[in-house]
Design a protein around this ligand. Sequence first.
Ligand code: DAT
Ligand code: MG
Length: 139
Amino acid sequence: MATNRTFTMLKPDAVEKGHIGAILEKITASGFRIVAMKLTQMTTADAEEFYGIHKERPFFGELVEYMTRGPIVAAILEKDNAVEDFRTLIGATNPADAAEGTIRKLYAASIGENAVHGSDSDDNAAIEGAFHFSGREMF
Ligand code: DAT
Ligand code: MG
């Protein structure tokens, strides 16, 4: 059953470049309600766990370095069909393949530093949201 929630992170490159406001504007203008949000920084252990599914991939070390090098904005978002609609809004993993107007097309530098995360399933949205937020932080 679709839960109508997804989880996102504005990644360190987006925060470093001052794109928090522009990206959040695009997200809320696209009909997503912010359920939870904070500026936080992942430890190496956090990033290794969060991206555990990719641990055998050749880019895993770089991914962990990148995701821990500075603060991120973590958020839970709510909308009908949230997971799929948010993946559409952010665009393809590689910004070179992302559709015009998507967040990755607008703000991502490369496949490795691609500005924003979006959960890929309802189950992962729940797991990833709970990884970053307690029940008291969800509204
Ligand atoms: P997505 O973030 O679109 O769900 P993913 O889950 O396949 O993509 O990969 C997680 C992150 O890992 C991705 O946002 C950036 C990094 N990554 C994926 N493929 C990569 C590659 N071929 N080279 C470098 N980094 C990559
Ligand atoms: Mg993914």
